[in-house]
Design a protein around this ligand. Sequence first.
Ligand SMILES: Cc1cc2nc3c(=O)[nH]c(=O)nc-3n(C[C@H](O)[C@H](O)[C@H](O)COP(=O)(O)OP(=O)(O)OC[C@H]3O[C@@H](n4cnc5c(N)ncnc54)[C@H](O)[C@@H]3O)c2cc1C
Length: 453
Amino acid sequence: MLDSLAAKLSGVVADGARVLTAPAVLERLSHDFYWYSPVLRPLLAGKNGDVAVRPVSVDEVLAVLRFAGERGVPVTVRGAGTGNYGQCVPLEGGIVLDLSLMDKLEKITDDGVAVCQPGLRLGVLETEARKQGWELRMYPSTLVKASVGGFLAGGSGGIGSVAHGGLRDFDTVRAFEVVTMEEEPRVVLHEGAAVHEILHAWGTNGVLTRIWFALTPAVEWTQMMAAFDTYEQAFSFTESIAVDTAWTKRLATVFEWPIPSFFTPIKQLVRADKALALIMIATAQAAALHGAAEAAGGEVTFAGAFEGPRTQPLLSDYTWNHTTLWAMKADSAYTYLQCGFSAAECREQFRLLRERYGQEILFHIEFMKNGDGVVIPGAIPVVRFTTEERLNDMIAYCRSIGVFVANPHVNYLEDGGRFRADNIQLLAKQKYDPRGLLNPGKMVSFHKQEVRR
Ligand SMILES: Cc1cc2nc3c(=O)[nH]c(=O)nc-3n(C[C@H](O)[C@H](O)[C@H](O)COP(=O)(O)OP(=O)(O)OC[C@H]3O[C@@H](n4cnc5c(N)ncnc54)[C@H](O)[C@@H]3O)c2cc1C
């Protein structure tokens, strides 16, 4: 039965060699970094697609979706598979639609909008953009591997968000074309506010096949690291840089000790028992930042030019959700949360969390601009996992003291923290995927509809 599915699918794309059935390949293409979560680990292990296909054109995507729709076979889209919550794990088997070969950068327009296919890697786009005087507004710390389509469908923000907000904000995602899973699949252009129907919907309500992604003028950046005696000092210093519009920055991160002790490849830049601030600053302001850090009691342990994604050391490799990876390498009992502290109340929120959980929660702050233009202390705290109940207690307590949590220990959109209250993602699913074949199980408020003929 599965062999015949693969055999028939081979006739749908121009080259049958792009239909993959080897078990080891299917296993690899069916998983992402869901194992970051001790809760998701046992739930998602062993969930594999039955067959994978690598289309090279929108016509092939249309043909695969038509083929799957006719047979009632689920389709789960995959970019580079660097997601964190099992977003691209096919819960009900079926076809894995691997878009990695649709990776063309069509052009960068004169006003700085990249027009590209979804499989284009963000690192390649950053490198090409910089050659033309532009750069990404924001990118995840998985820059080198992650795809543009996967970032839009599964990510939220990252390096650059301190200046440009998240993916949802400030018209960064200008438009895209989406292939639908209707009875007769079609290509639909979404632009302006209509992008929010599909953005961060985990490929549950359409397949992005062409993207208009706004860039920003390139800046010469310096990566800087400074050690401080206390977390409070490191936090206050970094906050002062993050919120002050006079500083041109791309990254403003704080780690309390012992998080820096996990960064083994750059251990010479870390100081024992000290908190660390990590900032990407315009090179023109690097000397001034150096002086400001020292005046605030810090020791600058590193300053070096950012020369693109291949820079070594690439300090963003220790930020955003890479921090969690280093913590888990040091001790597999660590996991994480995704939080947003209140700009005004954060010190009290830190105090309350420390009082209740002690060193079970370690503060890792990523300053980011919200949609209202206010820079807030976002956070990806490192958490010592004991039981699911304890983790849920921490999440509930965070929410009770006004700390926003996007729960990374669930495998469905609604509790992930970025499901839209206006339900437009759900409405788009009802319209574009009424049979519930796209990444089934990930949008739990959706119920399959009878297709009207
Ligand atoms: C170490 C580490 C650090 C990370 N840091 C960050 C960070 O700083 N910021 C952040 O936002 N995320 C971060 N992530 C999560 C992830 O790396 C990013 O969101 C990344 O952009 C996902 O891209 P991808 O190509 O790997 O997507 P995938 O994992 O392949 O897919 C993500 C989701 O999008 C869907 N999808 C993929 N392509 C399409 C498409 N063309 N059309 C429709 N749906 C599609 C998939 O079905 C899946 O649901 C991190 C993850 C790790 C492991």
